[in-house]
Design a protein around this ligand. Structure first.
Ligand code: ADP
Ligand code: MG
Length: 330
């Protein structure tokens, strides 16, 4: 019901960037090869995410907007999650705190369909022209909940948060093409970020070049370190490379961008022989492990992980990086 959705919305959607995160994750879950994101006024007035994924059958559009309806898992296997989404909360939450328009054409369907929800109330499904894939528009986020609107920062700060969210997801999915546009001034808008779809083993370094810059990838070591059931891959900067005060430390666990203090500490330890405490080694690291060794279900929006054995994950990063640094003569 509407009240429950509004409460859930507070958990899942804190700000425009969290809406973008949910929508882009849905696009990736749908097997998209391209994801185009546009926003106006820091995402406060409009967020639009369009993909070329498998789409949603017209008959299932209302279901996609109902609470706890997820097509992704049956609920019995919360430990074994391979998709980003599994709660079925994002779309109903957004529908409760914004005007949400969902337009989609399922693979093989003769035409598309569209549905708009406003403050939790859905209009009937109508036919709509579009190619296979989905477009979700979120208009006037939090306009009906002024208390939440008040907590948003400036358009510029919200836009910055959107950009960071998109870049993190772009690093997690290097084989997918992304565009991010600011359409505040109308028209095609201004391209904020663009990354071409990559292929094969070159996809990740190419994507890191697009996100973190050529300097980073040219001064980075490729990491590949196994430890027990865990494996660490990715790129870490040479101790000689500095981004000044800018922090560029990214961790992905089983393909999900996560924010975890574990990474900062482990990086500091790995580079302790080379860097003073005020230097931040740049790295984009990926841990893969059996799903039961990590809990991603800590909070719907916070992107936290909990390793069953945090010491093991930390040790893997420290030793994996030290090893790579030593092999490179450091
Ligand atoms: P969850 O991702 O946890 O399943 P959401 O509320 O984010 O929940 O989405 C609800 C459902 O809507 C999804 O399970 C999926 O079936 C469908 N859906 C949402 N976005 C897309 C998309 N971009 N492409 C295809 N299906 C989608
Ligand atoms: Mg989702």
């Amino acid at each position: 019901d509407a009240a429950a959705n509004r409460i859930a919305a507070g958990e899942v959607v804190e700000r425009p960037a969290s809406a973008v995160k949910e929508l882009v994750e849905n696009a990736l879950d749908a097997g998209a090869r391209r994801v185009d994101i546009a926003y106006a006024d820091g995402g406060k007035t409009l967020i639009a995410v369009e993909d070329d994924g498998h789409g949603i059958p017209a008959a299932e559009l209302p279901l996609a907007l109902s609470r706890h309806a997820t097509s992704k898992i049956d609920g019995s296997d919360l430990l074994n999650i391979h998709s980003f989404g599994f709660r079925g909360e994002a779309l109903p939450s957004l529908g409760a705190v914004a005007r949400l328009t969902l337009t989609s054409r399922a693979e093989g369907a003769p035409e598309g369909a569209t549905l708009t929800v406003r403050s939790g109330t859905a209009a009937p499904v109508r036919p709509a022209a579009r190619s296979t894939g989905t477009r979700v528009e979120v208009a006037d986020l939090f306009r009906a909940t002024p208390a939440r609107l008040k907590f948003l920062r400036t358009d510029r700060a919200e836009a910055q948060a959107i950009s960071e969210t998109v870049k993190r997801l772009a690093m997690a999915a290097p084989e997918v093409g992304f565009t991010l546009r600011d359409i505040s001034a109308g028209g095609e808008g201004r391209t904020v970020f663009r990354a071409d779809p990559g292929m094969g083993p070159e996809a990740l370094p190419a994507r890191l070049r697009q996100v973190l810059g050529r300097e980073f990838i040219e001064n980075a070591l490729a990491i590949d370190a196994p430890r027990e059931a865990l494996r660490l891959t990715g790129y870490a900067a040479l101790p000689t490379y500095s981004r000044g005060a800018a922090v560029a430390q990214f961790l992905f666990v089983n393909g999900r961008p996560v924010k975890d203090k574990l990474l900062t500490g482990a990086l500091r330890a790995a580079y302790s022989d080379f860097l003073s405490r005020d230097r931040h080694p740049a790295a984009a690291l990926f841990i893969t492990c059996p799903a039961e060794l990590v809990d991603v279900n800590v909070h719907p929006a916070k992107a936290e992980v909990r390793f069953r054995d945090p010491g093991l994950a930390r040790g893997l990063i420290v030793s994996g990086l030290r090893h790579a640094l030593a092999a490179a003569g450091h």
